[in-house]
Design a protein around this ligand. Structure first.
Ligand SMILES: *Cc1c(COP(=O)(O)O)cnc(C)c1O
Length: 440
């Protein structure tokens, strides 16, 4: 725990960017659920079984077997984390001038698609851009928007980029019926579907809870069904699979797998480790199994829901319905007096840290960055602060402290001022940008 004076000094030192705070200065760390989950006793035991051979490690084959068993893909290409997989698949499939439609962008995913020469087009349903809409599947693709992109760009849509759940929309799920329809549409136009499977088990839980005809299936069965409507996936093993580091690309086409494995030896490592130690691959293999257990998912999403219910009852504006991995504060509604050019979500995350030492992060105009062609700031409709819950780490009491702190800031919201950016990195600026408070 820290004093208000310590937090003020730490925040100033960090340029009002929660990514630049030292962990020792943070009380409850809700920056991200990436690599911050607690590994189980079984995963730690697995770490002792690391086969650290350069080539052909046993742990690679165990991971490959579990990727086939739980997701159903044929070929495994291991990577150091999710963005390694995004880099490789983008370079294999995208040519200059190609178009990649998807259900809302993700920061690293879109950047790798752009760097490979592609242009991302958002084809998510309109409800996803409205924080107050309680649509049960705000991650769904608008099939008319998708078909228009496919029809207008024949031969230039290498794949449809589908995320489950959609992080930037608030952890919102896609329905199984929509996933199937997207796959059928892609096939009709000779394209592919590549799934961002980072939170596919959380997505499966929502399908079990909300989609007609799915309540009798296990999370594991629904995960496999979702993956069956895609040609491959990228995975950050730091999320659903409960590991501290790791990721992979998995595909069904032999030629794509061969090209990816070849690029892997240039950018990640040999094709049987791809940047992970043997022990890390073992932890991922075991984590995959644990992530699809219904009881685990009930506890995990139940905790997120608990925090959301509290904030909602107190009238704090949050993205509805509550998503899978965190609570997203609606900074536009929270701070109506701060215009988007003054970075309201960034300012709100800073104010929350100052109040209690709870670390959240911005998901709005700073994260959206600049248009790749015009260089203008992109102005997303959603201006959010994400309170991301690590898996198996915090107690209900920590959720209570968090909710109370958010409410304290809400009561004093008129006092929160906007920021101005004083340092802007060229790529993925939200990680390293620095700010100063605006004066009156
Ligand atoms: C975290 C994340 C990624 C990138 O994975 P890293 O392991 O952080 O590189 C990709 N997509 C989504 C939806 C994510 O949440």
């Amino acid at each position: 725990m820290t004093t208000a004076e310590q937090r003020e000094a730490a925040l100033k030192e960090a340029g009002y960017n929660t990514f630049l705070l030292r962990s020792r200065d943070v009380y409850i760390d809700l920056l991200t659920d990436s690599g911050t989950s607690a590994m189980s006793d079984r995963q730690w035991a697995g770490m002792m079984l690391g086969d650290e051979a350069y080539a052909g490690s046993e742990n690679f084959y165990r991971l490959e077997a579990n990727v086939r068993k739980y997701y159903g893909y044929t070929y495994l290409i291991p990577t150091h984390q999710g963005r390694g997989a995004e880099h490789i698949i983008s370079r294999v499939l995208i040519r200059t001038g190609d178009v990649v439609p998807g259900n809302m962008y993700f920061t690293t995913t879109r950047l790798h698609q752009e760097m490979a020469g592609g242009r991302f087009v958002d084809v998510i349903i309109d409800e996803a851009h409205d924080p107050a809409s309680e649509h049960p599947f705000k991650g769904n693709v608008d099939l008319d928007k998708l078909e228009k992109v496919l029809r207008e760009n024949p031969g230039h849509v290498p794949y449809v980029s589908v995320a489950a759940t959609v992080n930037m929309a608030g952890g919102q799920p896609i329905s199984l019926a929509n996933m199937r329809a997207v796959y059928e549409l892609a096939k009709k136009y000779g394209s592919r579907v590549i799934l961002d499977a980072t939170r596919v088990a959380e997505n499966a839980w929502f399908i079990q809870q909300r989609e007609e005809g799915q309540s009798g299936k296990t999370v594991a069965e629904i995960v496999k069904a979702l993956c069956s409507f895609s040609d491959g996936c990228t995975m950050s093993a730091k999320k659903d699979p409960l590991a501290n580091i790791g990721g992979f690309l998995a595909v069904n086409e032999a030629s794509v797998a061969a090209e990816a494995a070849n690029l892997l030896v240039v950018y990640e490592g040999l094709h049987t480790y791809g940047g992970m130690a043997g022990r890390d691959m073992e932890a991922v293999a075991i984590g995959i199994e644990e992530s699809v257990q219904d009881d685990h998912m009930r506890a995990r999403i139940g905790q997120v829901q608990y925090l959301g219910d509290k904030l909602r009852a107190w009238g704090v504006p949050i993205v509805l319905p509550v998503g899978g991995h965190g609570i997203f504060l609606d900074a536009r509604a929270f701070l109506p007096h701060v215009p988007q050019e003054h970075y309201p979500a960034q300012a709100l995350a800073a104010a929350l840290y100052l109040d209690s030492g709870v670390r959240a992060m911005e998901r709005g105009i700073v994260s959206a960055g600049r248009d790749a062609v015009t260089g203008e700031e992109r102005k997303p409709k959603l201006e959010l602060v994400r309170l991301t819950i690590p898996r198996r780490v915090y107690t209900q009491a920590h959720m209570d402290v968090t909710a109370e702190s958010v409410y304290c800031v809400y009561e004093e919201r008129e006092k929160v001022r906007g920021l101005r950016m004083v340092f802007e990195p060229k790529l993925l600026r939200f990680f390293q940008a620095r700010f100063e408070p605006l004066s009156d």
